[in-house]
Design a protein around this ligand. Structure first.
Ligand code: PMP
Length: 398
């Protein structure tokens, strides 16, 4: 193993070689059922033939020009994204974190050009994850991501989603710029917010002139069975939204979507990115968008997600010492465990199943959206075998 990588990741002992659909092949010949999918990113599975073809065709034409020129692929994808959402305009970057940066900058600029430069505070929530840039870690407020990186940035307020009184008070503050929230928390452990919660926050933000930012980096692009998770509910649209992960089906791309009003401060020279919206990313993302924004695929996600969740719920009774709770939405599923989640992830690998970790001692199942019902059943069987082996390994203490 090379010593020449920064040791920031605790990597699973699998040397990956290739992937096909829901299967990930290791160099040593092992084949895994992949319910991580690049952390909810390979929405169409590994090496989807249509995405491979789009990438190859674009690779022969043009890779990169920067944003000094018009890039037709950007205009086409922006038309698709705005046509399917609340948004009027889009900025393309290369990752979720960059989409978040743009979202927060857009919100502060909005108030600045409105003559309210004192409005800088961004309300974020415990258990949230928005990425690893300075703005993203300050917005999420998770101490583990902030420790040792110098003083916290000013203008970030951390609250708990359960404390609505504090949320209403903070929204009403004259220095508040925006509230940022994941409609379904991903890394925090697949926690879905209710329609009432979102509608109330939407209403309060509108009343106070505060911009509502959704982080749909993980919950978006079909993951919950709607194109975007907030679209499960009426009257809950944001002013700004960060999208990434499955947008490119595994090719790096992120996008910050906004209403024309919210984006009015983002004029020439206020923001930019060298690689953002490059022709390769746009070609793959446009194809991925067409395949995901398809009602038949979204209906499939809802059906197979229900099947997976109900199979998992049945395990609460079968394995009361292991499974505590099943939560999430669509194919963003969290299983809160009693034994250590990291150890259980390793145990699942022994059964040929890859699952992701998550906050509150969860494991997350985030398979490609194209996972078939048979493959979902296979995931359940492998998890069942994992739990059974766990129980056999750890004798009950009297
Ligand atoms: N927001 C959410 C909700 C995420 O899940 C992630 C990544 N896990 C990010 C932002 C950051 O995305 P990236 O790693 O592409 O910067």
């Amino acid at each position: 193993m090379s010593d020449h990588l920064m040791t920031v990741y605790n990597r699973a002992p699998i040397e990956v070689e290739r992937g096909e659909g829901v299967r990930l092949h290791a160099r040593d010949g092992r084949v895994f059922l992949d319910c991580v999918a690049g952390i909810a990113t390979n929405g169409l599975g590994h090496c989807h033939p249509a995405l491979v073809a789009a990438l190859k065709a674009q690779a022969d034409k043009l890779w990169h020009v920067s944003n000094i020129f018009r890039i037709p692929g950007q205009e086409e994808l922006a038309d698709r994204l705005t046509g399917a959402t609340f948004a009027d305009v889009v900025f393309f970057g290369n990752s979720g974190s960059e989409a978040i940066e743009c979202a927060i900058k857009t919100a502060r600029r909005y108030h600045h050009v409105n003559g309210q430069s004192e409005r800088i505070d961004v309300i974020g929530f415990a258990g949230s994850f928005h990425g690893r840039t300075y703005a993203a870690v300050n917005a999420s407020g998770n101490a583990a991501y902030l420790d040792g990186f110098g003083p916290r940035l000013p203008g970030f307020v951390q609250l708990h989603v359960d404390d609505m009184a504090a949320i209403e008070k903070a929204i009403a503050s004259p220095t508040t710029a925006a509230l940022i929230v994941e409609p379904v928390q991903g890394e925090g452990g697949a926690r879905a917010l209710s329609g009432e919660w979102l509608a109330n926050v939407r209403k309060r933000c509108t009343e106070a002139g505060v911009l509502l930012i959704y982080d749909e980096v993980q919950s978006g692009m079909g993951r919950t069975g709607k194109l975007f998770a907030h679209q499960w509910f009426d009257g809950c649209e944001p002013d700004i939204m960060a999208v990434a992960k499955a947008l490119g089906g595994g090719f790096p791309v992120g996008a910050c979507l906004a209403s024309a009003e919210a984006a009015k401060g983002m004029v020439f020279g206020t923001h930019g990115s060298t690689f953002g919206g490059n022709p390769l990313a746009m070609a793959v993302a446009a194809k991925a968008f067409d395949l995901i924004a398809d009602e038949a695929l979204l209906a499939h996600v809802r059906a197979v997600g229900d099947r997976l969740s109900s199979g998992l719920r049945a395990m609460i009774e079968r394995y009361p010492d292991i499974v505590e709770e099943v939560r999430g939405k669509g194919l963003l599923v969290g299983v809160k465990l009693k034994p250590n989640n990291r150890e259980m992830m390793a145990a699942a690998r022994e059964q040929g199943l890859l699952v992701a970790g998550g906050g509150e001692n969860c494991i997350r199942l985030l398979p490609p959206l194209i996972i078939s019902e048979d493959e979902a059943d296979e995931a359940l069987a492998k998890l069942d075998a994992t739990f059974a082996a766990w129980n056999a390994r750890v004798p009950e203490v009297a």
